[in-house]
Design a binder for this molecule. Sequence first.
Ligand SMILES: O=C(O)C(=O)C[C@H](O)[C@H](O)COP(=O)(O)O
Length: 219
Amino acid sequence: MSRFPSIEEVVATSPVIPVVTISDPSKAVPMAQALVRGGVNIVEITLRTGGAFGAINAITSEVPEIIVGAGTVRNAHQLEAAMEAGAKFGVSPGSSPLLRQEVQKAGIPFLFGGVTPTEVMTLLDEGYTHLKFFPAEAVGGIPVLKALSAPISSALFCPTGGIDIVLAKAYLDLKNVVCVGGSWVADTHSIECGDWSRIEANARQVMTLRVPEGHGLHE
Ligand SMILES: O=C(O)C(=O)C[C@H](O)[C@H](O)COP(=O)(O)O
């Protein structure tokens, strides 16, 4: 069995990938357990804090039923450290030729960020069909994704940035959207005060969202 899931498995795990910024790795396991109790078996830990690698490592060893990924991966060094900590997929707000080369070598499923037609076409050319669309709301959100879907129908997106439960539903109705990312599911405040039941309830609500049939199939 491969060490990694496929990118299709990653995006199909939950309609929403919780994007989590966590400073204290000791909170990582109860946070991940709350997501699992709510039915969400995937989490992206952003590499924005000193505790991120410890959090990835703790979740990997203690909550094996959740697929843990690393977000905010901007260079080869971070990619290597995230994989060493046990990350099963990676996410980046954008992409660079060097990072794409390293991801290719590592064989880890990866969501690179692509927004403009040129960025999207460059990533498609290199075989990346599943992309992050960031910062979704700030760059125009749903109208932009709709406009991209006609000329560039083979690109599938995980819009992230400024999305809440209500917007998530609207994004998931787009045929080039396979999941969305958002920090509201396991928000920093709930993590800091140990409000695990709130995170579990948010996860449960996320699992009521549906990705309409046929999304994610290449045309
Ligand atoms: O750190 C990263 O890797 C990022 O690219 C940014 C995150 O995706 C956003 O911070 C999502 O957060 P919300 O907009 O609060 O849902």
